[in-house]
Design a protein around this ligand. Structure first.
Ligand SMILES: *Cc1c(COP(=O)(O)O)cnc(C)c1O
Length: 356
């Protein structure tokens, strides 16, 4: 018997998602980096990406990259979060490529690489408006000049990111700016940049619409592969599956209770003031899973008639009054996950993972 709470992971669907996104990008000579951070780099999921034709994997945590290398996953590994100075040794040891924006870090990477007799590949991140990582476009040439003096690192290209912090969307215009910057570097220094890494899942729309600038030749895709979703546009990607990860919570209590709490109402365990509607007596179930494991607002019941009421650390309350099926204590209730819930469910040590 499978032990709850559990996450059923449909590897064949993740493989299919990888394949379809890879094929879409291939038509535009764009390489897909499969980003594993959304599922804590579960090795079986990374392997499904590889089987779907992905050749480079990216993750924001060096621990995840080290784990994948330990599982002998055959792929180049890209660290997609700007490295911490304190982890430079590990970055050189485990990552083949890293995204960078700080010269002190790049200098340290270079020194460490030289000590280890190797050359570390870097992609310089440019901030095109999302205001997360990246140097301002006007600083590019000066930065490249400094990087070129460091013999332990090789600048293989430029990169940008969108829709992560400020929700700034990618466009033909700002990606053309990235290409222009790359060409400026090439002309100024007489070098060729092999990679222009145009961003994440949110850029796929430009590929579909055939308006992606020609020289963009790499995208780093996480959610698009893992969940078949383009969250920036609240849409599903064509030809992908969304039911790739299914979470099951088990009913530990099932009772008819009043929908309004009794007595004076104070703040809940998470500092919020809950508001309830009077719906009379309702059939409520408690599932043995909670805020320690999941994000409530990105959990979607698979079946109709089930409504999420709330959760504390270890209890998730659902209303099953309108649910047509017969439910009992011990039954499992299934949910599909959006990105935040996927991230927390795969991070939780309490959720058992099963592969299908
Ligand atoms: C998370 C991340 C990605 C992948 O983003 P998705 O929206 O999951 O495709 C790509 N690049 C960087 C730098 C990231 O941090």
């Amino acid at each position: 018997m499978k032990i709850n709470p559990r996450l059923d992971i449909y590897l064949d669907k993740i493989k299919k998602n990888s394949e379809n996104i890879k094929n879409l990008c291939l038509q535009h000579e764009i390489e897909v980096v499969g980003v594993t951070k959304g599922c804590c780099a579960i090795p079986e999921v990374a392997q499904a990406m590889i089987e779907g034709g992905i050749k480079i994997l990216g993750d924001s945590r060096i621990e995840n990259i080290k784990k994948l290398k330990g599982f002998k996953i055959k792929a180049d590994m890209m660290l997609i979060r700007i490295p911490m100075l304190s982890e430079v040794d590990k970055v050189i040891r485990w990552a083949d490529i890293s995204l960078n924006s700080e010269i002190s870090v790049i200098k340290s990477l270079s020194q460490t690489a030289l000590k280890n007799d190797l050359i570390h590949k870097i992609i310089l991140m440019i901030d095109l408006g999302d205001l997360r990582e990246g140097i301002m476009p006007g600083e590019t040439l000066r930065m490249v000049e400094e990087i070129r003096e460091l013999s332990g690192v090789k600048l293989i290209g430029l990169g940008a990111n969108f829709c992560c912090i400020s929700g700034a969307m990618p466009s033909q215009k700002n990606l053309t700016k990235l290409v222009k910057l790359a060409e400026e570097i090439e002309n100024n220094f007489g070098i060729a940049l092999e990679v222009i890494s145009g961003g994440n899942t949110s850029v796929l729309k430009l590929v579909e619409d055939n308006i992606i600038p020609e020289r963009i030749n790499q995208l780093r895709i996480g959610v698009g592969i893992l969940l078949g979703q383009d969250d920036a546009r609240s849409r599903n990607l064509i030809g992908t599956y969304q039911d790739t990860f299914i979470l099951t919570g088990e009913i530990i209590e099932l009772k008819e209770k009043h929908s309004l709490p009794q007595g004076e109402i104070g703040r809940d365990a998470f500092g919020e003031m809950p508001v309830f509607q009077d719906l009379g007596i309702r059939k409520r179930a408690i599932l043995a899973i909670g805020k320690q494991d999941i994000r409530l607002n990105s959990l979607i019941p698979l079946k109709e008639g089930i409504k999420i009421i709330g959760a504390s650390s270890d209890h998730l309350i659902i209303d099953v009054t309108d649910f047509k099926e017969d439910v009992r204590v011990g039954d499992g209730i299934k949910f599909r996950l959006n990105y935040p819930a996927l991230l927390s469910a795969t991070t939780s040590n309490y959720i058992n993972k099963y592969f299908l």
